[in-house]
Design a protein around this ligand. Structure first.
Ligand code: PEP
Length: 251
């Protein structure tokens, strides 16, 4: 009943020429695949390029971050409306690299989530625990706090227009993927927590897994009942890998 979704997160990689080659290969590879949804979140300077190459195709595009402010004296920041001007469907909020390297708090992430919705984009709310947190047994507590920052402030209905991505920090860019059952446990916990507010929203909520997803492990992850696709970092920069993951999401 829920459609699978695969989103590539290019992080701070790419140049005009390599982006074109990658996007053209992705377009050729997913043409005709109708059983899932696909998107790429590119660096800001390449939004116009993504828009011109992907418009009218079955690959959507988006950004990796946004400001929570509509406009103003925020040097270096990018407003939600600016992303909407370039046709973004999605924007990542609270990616662990933003939380960790740029010190984004749950409050800031929650404000960005709302700003994305107000500008007509789907926020992809990233949540997940560090290795130290998993080892001390507080994974669910950490994920609950990250989720509640949005749920308690904006309500479950706000999640009906959003995507959640469970990304254990210890699995991002490390080559260590969560075991499918390990990821499934947290996905089910997230869905159940949303269900406590609104069971219909919970049932239709798209919950992606992210953290070293590759062609070789995507199918077993996507087979889990509460895993609705993937947020893909490193493997989204390699056309053949990303396309194999896209095919694994096909129903
Ligand atoms: C990510 O950047 O969100 C991510 C999951 O990265 P990777 O797939 O490289 O672990």
């Amino acid at each position: 009943m829920r459609r699978k979704l695969v989103i590539g997160n290019w992080k701070m990689y790419g140049r005009l020429a390599s982006n074109r080659a990658l996007l053209e290969a992705i377009l050729a590879g997913v043409r005709g695949l109708r059983g899932a949804d696909y998107a790429v979140c590119v660096p800001y300077p390449y939004l116009a390029q993504a828009q011109s190459l992907l418009q009218g195709s079955n690959v959507a595009w988006g950004a990796q971050n946004l400001s929570q402010h509509e406009q103003g004296a925020f040097t270096g920041a990018v407003a939600p409306g600016m992303l909407a001007d370039f046709g973004c469907s999605y924007v990542l909020v609270g990616h662990s690299e933003r939380r960790g390297l740029f010190h984004e708090s749950n409050e800031v992430v929650s404000a960005k989530f709302d700003a994305a919705l107000k500008a007509g984009m789907k926020p992809v709310l990233c949540v997940g625990e560090t290795l130290a947190e998993r080892e001390s047994g507080v994974t669910e507590q950490v994920v609950a706090t990250q989720l509640d920052a949005v749920l308690d402030r904006w309500g479950a209905q706000a999640l009906s227009k959003a995507v959640v991505a469970y990304e254990p920090v210890w699995a991002i860019g490390t080559g260590k993927t969560a075991a499918p059952s390990q990821a499934q446990t947290v996905h089910a916990f997230i869905r159940e927590r949303v269900a406590q507010h609104d069971s219909q929203v919970a049932q239709s909520l798209c919950i992606l897994y992210g953290g070293s997803v590759k062609a070789s492990n995507a199918a077993e992850l996507f087979a889990m009942p509460d895993i609705d696709g993937g947020l893909i970092g490193g493997a989204s920069l390699v056309a053949d890998e990303f396309l194999a993951i896209c095919r694994a999401a096909q129903v």
